[in-house]
Write a protein that binds this ligand. Structure first.
Ligand code: SF4
Length: 200
């Protein structure tokens, strides 16, 4: 093959460059692909939610695949926290799932309470009750207590229309509108001790 000096440099340069590119990009690409794990939220349905722990009310995004929670993180579109969660909020994933200390597998949290547990006055053991029973019982006891303790005037004859036997404590999982309704309901019953978890 007749090869001029210029042609020789062109050919060897091109060969070297091709070899170098294959060296750099071929195996490296394969290694990079191996090193990147599949996203655990791939194909997940995302639902917005609110952290239940404190009154800041940070927004979260829950990712669910086949009915299983696979990820929980701060909602970047939420105006309060803009994607951030404190350590307590970040650990909220473990309310539902924990890593099995034996197998290292993600399992349902065996300590999560999902049923009503009731301990009757004087009893030493809890018994399981239905949600319907609990709602009825709470309503019945609130009404009984209010009816027994409602007072229209105080000891000086001043009109008060109140009961001092019931207290109302709001929780962090309630949003502003829900808190408004709850305290309206409490005031309608004559409850004067109205507080919120945020102030404790
Ligand atoms: S506990 Fe943390 S993440 Fe949850 S609402 Fe409060 S500040 Fe936000």
């Amino acid at each position: 093959m007749n090869l001029s000096r210029r042609g020789f440099f062109k050919l060897t340069g091109a060969t070297f460059a091709a070899g170098a590119l294959a060296e750099v990009f071929g195996p490296a690409n394969a290694l990079a692909a191996d090193a990147v794990p599949e996203l655990r939220i791939m194909g997940a349905t995302e639902s917005p939610s609110i952290c239940c722990y404190c009154s800041v009310g940070c927004g979260m995004v829950l990712s669910v695949i086949d009915g299983e929670l696979v990820n929980l993180e701060g909602d970047p579109d939420h105006p309060i926290n803009r994607g951030a969660l404190c350590s307590k909020g970040s650990a909220q994933f473990n309310i539902r799932n924990v890593y099995d200390p034996e197998s290292g597998e993600l399992i349902a949290n065996p300590y999560r309470q999902q049923k009503v547990k009731y301990r009757a006055p004087g009893a030493s053991e809890f018994e399981e009750k239905s949600w319907e029973w609990a709602i009825e019982e709470i309503a019945k006891r609130v009404k009984d207590t209010r009816d027994r303790t409602y007072e229209t005037t105080d000891e000086k004859g001043v009109t008060v229309n109140r009961t001092l036997a019931i207290g109302n404590l709001g929780g962090a999982a309630l949003d502003g509108e829900e808190c408004y309704l709850v305290q309206k309901f409490a005031r309608a019953l004559g409850v004067t001790f109205i507080e919120h978890q945020a102030r404790i």
